[in-house]
Design a protein around this ligand. Structure first.
Ligand SMILES: O=P(O)(O)OC[C@H]1O[C@](O)(COP(=O)(O)O)[C@@H](O)[C@@H]1O
Ligand SMILES: [Mg+2]
Ligand SMILES: [Mg+2]
Length: 315
């Protein structure tokens, strides 16, 4: 029995849910192999197409989407697939008990510079349809394609980390990730400062002031521009990630997508003792109205997320 199969059987008695996670783990392992050869195969560039959200697709966005689709098509327990790269929700098996929502390749603008990208997924109960709050997720995870390929997954208990070995087997490398309560590291795209609201501005200025400001301690800033990479760093050593609502993204509701970026990351953070927020409510309580809905995202070390929420309460 592999580490992943053993972990799954300890986390859930539902073999069909375990099977959905194994399908996503299989897709992740296959995508990892494709990414490792992509510069040789000349696949890191644009596909020449745009997705339903008007974003230019990379060839690897489409290839990764097809890989996920193929793996899930072989699983009779998936009823619907929602993907960043597919305009509409796709009907899969009519008998399936689960919906999978995925960002097949997150951070794909980083592909041509060989920086970590990832695959994010959320598993929902089929009965409620795709538009259910993140709170009811059955499981969530991501695969980070970095120096090592990591699978981070949570059903309802701990958030655990597996690493792909040379034989293509997922080995358990961290049974229960814990995000430190406090942090001295924040992640935000500061080039967007002129669009920020008062709360984001207040929080970042207070942090940049370091030991001379109200926070009373020094901060460092990190921004990979690949959500999976930024969240993985935060999961492993603490920090806070912000993609808040700003005046440029306000009309769309934010930048990042609720079903397949924010919800799964919030679920994983919760399992590791972290916190997630839109600034005004827990991300997991947001009721979706559309499959590609966007949402403000603030998540990571609990104490730090609370500091941002305090700024929103003041505003
Ligand atoms: O270009 P910006 O504003 O830094 O945004 C970066 C964010 O956009 C994303 O790339 C969006 O995800 P996709 O690459 O899947 O569209 C996140 O991974 C990342 O955190
Ligand atoms: Mg993404
Ligand atoms: Mg993507």
């Amino acid at each position: 029995m592999t580490d992943l199969a053993r972990w799954l059987s300890a986390q859930t008695q539902d073999d069909t849910l375990a099977g959905v996670i194994l399908s996503m783990a299989g897709a992740g392992a296959e995508i990892a192999g494709v990414l490792q050869q992509a510069p040789i195969a000349g696949q890191t560039g644009p596909a020449g197409a745009t997705n339903v959200q008007g974003e230019a697709q990379k060839a690897l966005d489409i290839i990764s989407n097809d890989i996920v689709l193929n793996h899930l098509r072989q699983n009779p327990h998936v009823s619907i697939l929602v993907s960043e790269e597919l305009d509409e929700a796709v009907e899969m098996s009519s008998q399936g008990g689960f919906i999978v929502a995925t960002d097949p390749l997150d951070g794909s603008s980083n592909l041509d510079v060989n920086v970590t990208v990832g695959t994010i997924f959320s598993v929902l109960p089929a009965a409620g349809g795709p538009l259910q709050a993140g709170r009811v997720q059955c499981a969530a995870g991501y695969v980070a394609y970095g120096p090592a390929t990591s699978l981070v997954v949570r059903i309802a208990g701990d958030t655990s980390v597996f690493t792909l070995d040379g034989a293509g087997t997922w080995r358990l490398t961290l049974a229960a990730a814990r995000v430190p309560e406090a942090t001295g590291e924040f992640a935000i795209n500061t080039a967007r400062e002129r669009f920020w609201d008062a709360a984001t501005r207040g929080y970042v200025h207070e942090s940049v002031a370091g030991e001379t400001g109200a926070a009373g301690k020094r901060y460092n800033m990190r921004w990979v521009g690949s959500m999976v990479a930024d969240i993985h760093r935060i999961l492993m050593r603490g920090g806070i990630f912000l993609y808040p609502l700003d005046s440029e993204t306000a009309a769309k509701g934010g930048r990042l997508r609720l079903l397949y970026e924010a919800n799964p990351m919030a679920w994983l953070m919760e399992g590791a003792g972290g916190r997630s927020s839109t600034g005004r409510q827990d991300i997991l309580d947001v009721a979706p109205t559309a499959i590609h809905q966007r949402v403000p995202v603030i998540l990571g070390s609990a104490e730090e997320v609370r500091r941002v929420e305090d700024w929103y309460r003041r505003g």
